[in-house]
Design a protein around this ligand. Structure first.
Ligand SMILES: [Fe+2]
Ligand SMILES: [Fe+2]
Length: 337
């Protein structure tokens, strides 16, 4: 049986060819029916949009078979979506986040692909423009970051949080570009680790942990000769180095760790503790920061940790994350596996 997912018509740009069909949901004797509204090979014109507005229809549906086409369209048009003054920050943030999520999945399937790496750079550029242009980007982007821990959502969370924090620290656009790219790629070496270990519920054995510890070097090897900026590569290799020199793989410490590596260490732990993993529930931001302070304080550059705490502020935007049924919330992780 065909399955459908809802999308908001705000995500569609006028006068573009969408490449996927749109459906309307109706009920016949209480049974939902999906009726074709638009064919993907036509141009989505203003007349079609007006029809929707006139009938007060906010939600459209696409076939779950077209999810990939939908996100390809969003990625291709990301710059226009971000620059569209008529779209809300929430809608833009959803698009920015989910385009990256899809991209991170593609990257995990084919980490050596030059095309995917170029897509990463383009996404980082667009996201930087977005956070500089829209003052609501911070709250709406943090709201949309995932509560559930998967390697790909974790990488996207880190890149989004890192770009916002980097802006707060007054990193310049070039630095932000390296930083955001490095964060999105930081755990790419995990593709070399067996999934049975990555997804293992409960504590890892000593041997398993030794295998996991190989991911920064594996990531560095994967990205060798790929034209990745030095600052970004330093994140891949240094994000598990501790400020007191007890981390891995090279046990370097203090200022020998690149600024980006020291920041990445903080956000990496913060995101892991505030998301649900296979072996632990998500902690609230305050509890997460307390845990980091009480049990790991020597792992971090204290000045940066203080900055991170004031950057987060007293709010917890993730709490207000919308629970409505949409393509973003319903089973997309199950659809794309
Ligand atoms: Fe890592
Ligand atoms: Fe990580």
């Amino acid at each position: 049986m065909d399955k459908y997912m809802s999308i908001n018509y705000d995500t569609l740009l006028e006068n573009t060819k969408l490449g996927y069909d749109l459906y309307l949901k109706t009920y016949v004797k209480g049974i939902p029916r999906y009726v074709l509204f638009y064919r993907g090979d036509e141009s989505f014109g203003n007349d079609r949009r007006e029809e929707l507005i006139k009938q007060n229809i906010k939600k459209l549906f696409i076939s779950t078979n077209d999810v990939q086409k939908y996100f390809n369209y969003q990625e291709k048009n990301l710059q226009s979506i971000i620059g569209d003054k008529n779209k809300s920050s929430e809608e833009k943030s959803q698009t920015v986040y989910h385009v990256a999520k899809y991209l991170a999945m593609d990257l995990a399937n084919d980490p050596r692909s030059g095309t995917h790496l170029r897509r990463v750079t383009k996404w980082v550029d667009n996201t930087i423009n977005y956070i500089f242009d829209d003052e609501n980007a911070f709250s709406s982007l943090v709201k949309v970051t995932s509560h559930d821990y998967y390697t790909y959502t974790h990488c996207v969370n880190l890149s989004v949080l890192g770009l916002l924090f980097g802006k707060y620290l007054f990193l310049n656009p070039y630095e932000l570009k390296c930083f955001g790219t490095g964060l999105l790629l930081h755990d790419i070496g995990k593709v070399e680790i067996p999934l049975t270990i990555i997804n293992k519920p409960g504590k890892l054995t000593k041997e398993e942990f030794e295998i996991v510890k190989g991911h920064p070097v594996a990531g560095q090897n994967l990205l060798e000769d790929k034209n990745i900026e030095e600052g970004a590569l330093r994140i891949v290799i240094e994000h598990h180095e501790n400020f007191d020199g007890t981390g891995y793989p090279n046990r370097i410490g203090g200022m020998d760790i690149h600024l980006f590596g020291r920041i990445a260490r903080i956000i990496d732990v913060y995101d892991a503790v505030t998301t649900r993993r296979s072996y632990a529930g998500a902690k609230r931001p305050f509890a997460a920061l307390m845990e980091m302070k009480e049990h790991m304080i020597t792992c971090f550059d204290l000045e940066l940790l203080k900055e991170f705490i004031s950057f987060l502020g007293p709010h917890d935007p993730r709490r207000k994350r919308r629970k409505e049924e949409s393509i973003y919330d319903v089973g997309i992780d199950k659809v794309i596996s």
